[in-house]
Ligand binder design. Structure first.
Ligand code: ZN
Length: 343
């Protein structure tokens, strides 16, 4: 369960809001589930992104309910090295009727088949009575697939319990993620204030200019968490190449300062005025940043909250955390940009 007491900031775990101002943009799987109706999902089958990707094959036996304590003792004593013993949310037994139970014994990595189990019992001189379970077609059922990962929400947990094997909901893993992070609210606010002021300045310059430079008021700040060094970047596509969005320019500036090999922005957190486009979101994945904070939604072109959730696509081998500042009073309003433009 979540050690909520450890984090000094106020966290609203239900709505994922820190100190009433930072809204976590949740990973896609979790978002899909919190917005959906759980019972319908079970009845109609799970959506593709609600199904577990990988399974663990486990040995299943049928036992008398009166023998349950003996088998649980056996598991505790002999199967502690098995992966199932590190998955306490997976229930071990499932009731068939008043006298009989199905027991999830161990993974096939631990004991590959029922013969090996019998040999194991005989070596240890143990006498435990069991049967091979039978399925609806009355053929024996020795193995069962259980999801490899912990269910990402309570609703998914009840669906998976119904479809695969009974499991217990032990709390939302996202609560732990939120709780484990550090939030220096003064620093976060100051950084967002800085980019917002700079963005307003650029917007004003453009408005007052006799001839438009077509400069976009998008501003980004890269902050090195280890050294405190900060690099400010602006959108430069009007001057140079069309890919010179403020985030791309910022990555390039960070890169220019690096002397060693390694992942580009590993120690950096990113603050940006507008929700980034798919190119920038992807470049940030490649750069291995840890967190991004942004101010203004770009409903058509933004690829964090509004489209794709690119910071948390499962098949990609990296991800980063995203928060949006949701308190409109601080900092200033961020200038509007043509909604069709990628920033
Ligand atoms: Zn971009």
């Amino acid at each position: 369960m979540v050690k909520k007491i450890n984090n000094p900031v106020k966290i609203d775990y239900v709505n994922c809001i820190v100190e009433d101002t930072l809204k976590q943009i949740k990973p896609s799987l979790l978002t899909t589930f919190s917005d959906s109706n759980s019972n319908d999902n079970c009845n109609n089958g799970l959506d593709e992104n609600q199904k577990p990707l990988n399974f663990i094959k486990c040995l299943l036996i049928q036992i008398k309910s009166t023998d349950t304590p003996k088998f649980l003792k056996f598991i505790k004593e002999y199967c502690s090295a098995d992966i199932l013993s590190r998955m306490p949310h997976i229930k071990r037994i499932k009731k068939i009727n008043k006298q009989d139970l199905l027991l999830l014994l161990c993974s096939l990595d631990f004991l590959p088949n029922i013969l090996e189990f019998e040999e194991f019992l005989s070596k240890k001189n143990l006498h435990l009575a069991y049967n091979k379970p039978r399925n609806d077609c009355n053929s024996t059922l020795e193995y069962i697939d259980i999801p490899e990962i912990y269910p990402p929400s309570k609703d998914i947990c009840s669906c998976w319990s119904e479809i695969y094997w009974p499991m217990t909901w032990r709390g939302n893993p996202n609560d732990q993620i939120l709780n484990d992070m550090e939030y220096n609210m003064t620093e976060i606010k100051n950084n967002l204030q800085l980019i917002c002021e700079k963005s307003n300045m650029k917007f004003k310059e453009e408005e007052e200019a006799k001839v438009s430079s077509k400069a976009l008021p998008v501003v980004t700040l890269f902050v090195n968490k280890k050294t405190g060094e900060a690099i400010l970047s602006t959108d430069e596509r009007h001057k140079s190449r069309p890919i010179d969005h403020s985030i791309m320019c910022g990555i390039r500036d960070v890169c220019a300062q690096l002397s060693e090999d390694g992942y580009l922005c590993l120690d950096y957190e990113v603050y940006t005025t507008h929700e980034p486009c798919s190119m920038c979101c992807m470049a940030l994945i490649h750069s291995r940043i840890s967190r991004l904070f942004y101010l203004k939604d770009m409903p058509k072109t933004g690829c964090l909250k509004n489209n794709y959730h690119m910071h948390s696509i499962k098949p990609l081998n990296s991800s980063y955390h995203v928060f949006q500042w949701v308190n409109e009073k601080i900092p200033l309003a961020v200038p509007n940009i043509d909604p069709d433009v990628c920033v």
